[in-house]
Design a protein around this ligand. Structure first.
Ligand SMILES: [Zn+2]
Length: 301
């Protein structure tokens, strides 16, 4: 195993000093990619000589020359790697991230280019699904992209329905996740619960009938009258903040893209007390490039 110097922190001056050329970035990616050793992708040979491109490795047997970015989310990007690193740093560490319009101005790239790269970052920000919400979890739905609706129903036109869960701690709030769904039904809620909430959690929802059938699998589920003004305040503040952010940063988009924004928001939100490692963790995800699909609760049709 090789040692490498991990970049941590949110200080942009230090970031600029550490990464000021494409070479710096290639070297960083190579160190992550081959952190646990090298084996040729074509013939599995563990020996290599330096390749032709910066920090690439050339198999000593079959001569396959592998660049650090091959097979990563940085493969074939249309702008300098240095810009890509700076975009990731900004999106990861700025409290509200950056819209594609802001990125396009700051980095002098076409907005479409920023949009495409940001989509990659959002895919890397997807929940690993390994750490479901625990303890007391409050759940509710919200509408995105239209006037508030009091009636429960299914998504129509540009309006999209989202289900959201938030951990309620004795002294505040913990982590949160959200998922786009087609309608406020038990089947769609179950998809979200199975992805993001522990079976042992004490789940609190309002009295909507769609949640009732989930009590079988989630015995801790309790339904409360929503007009009692009890513990739902934190959930509603969270929903308000999420909606404000979405209004400022995106307009009409597909359900899949909306899911990307929900993942981005909660990736940062769930790491708000450990911001120092955000860049490293994002970069690792982009290099390892686990082909996880962006999951929404949307079933076909
Ligand atoms: Zn080889």
């Amino acid at each position: 195993m090789e040692t490498r110097e991990i970049f941590s922190g949110v200080n942009s001056i230090k970031f600029n000093q550490r990464f000021n050329s494409d070479e710096d970035c290639y070297s960083y990616i190579a160190a992550i990619k081959w952190e646990y050793g090298y084996n040729c992708k074509k013939c599995n040979n563990p020996k290599y000589i330096p390749g032709k491109k910066p920090f690439s490795r050339r198999c000593s047997k079959c001569k396959y020359d592998e660049s650090p970015t091959a097979g990563t989310m940085f493969d074939k990007i249309k702008f300098p790697l240095l810009l890509a690193f700076h975009i990731i740093f900004k999106i990861g560490t700025k409290k509200k991230g950056m819209s594609t319009l802001e990125l396009s101005h700051e980095f002098e790239l076409r907005q479409k280019t920023c949009w495409e790269f940001k989509w990659k970052i959002q895919q890397a920000m997807q929940s690993s699904l390994l750490y479901p919400l625990q303890g007391e979890v409050h759940v509710d739905e919200l509408w995105i992209g239209g006037p508030e609706q009091s009636k429960r129903g299914r998504s129509k036109g540009s309006k999209k329905l989202v289900v959201l869960g938030l951990e309620k701690l004795p002294d505040g709030v913990g982590r949160a996740y959200a998922q786009v769904i087609n309608r406020a039904s038990a089947k769609e809620f179950k998809g979200f619960f199975d992805n993001h909430i522990s079976k042992n959690a004490k789940i609190v929802t309002d009295e909507w009938t769609g949640y009732g059938p989930l009590k079988k699998e989630y015995p801790g589920l309790e339904q409360r009258k929503s007009d009692e003004g009890n513990g739902f305040i934190d959930l509603h503040i969270h929903i308000m903040n999420l909606k404000d952010w979405l209004r400022g940063i995106h307009h009409h988009c597909s359900k899949e893209r909306l899911q990307g924004y929900l993942e981005e928001y909660h990736f940062r939100y769930n790491r708000r007390t450990s911001m120092d490692t955000i860049f490293e963790s994002l970069l690792k995800r982009m290099v390892v490039n686990d082909p996880v699909r962006l999951s929404t609760g949307i079933s076909e049709g």
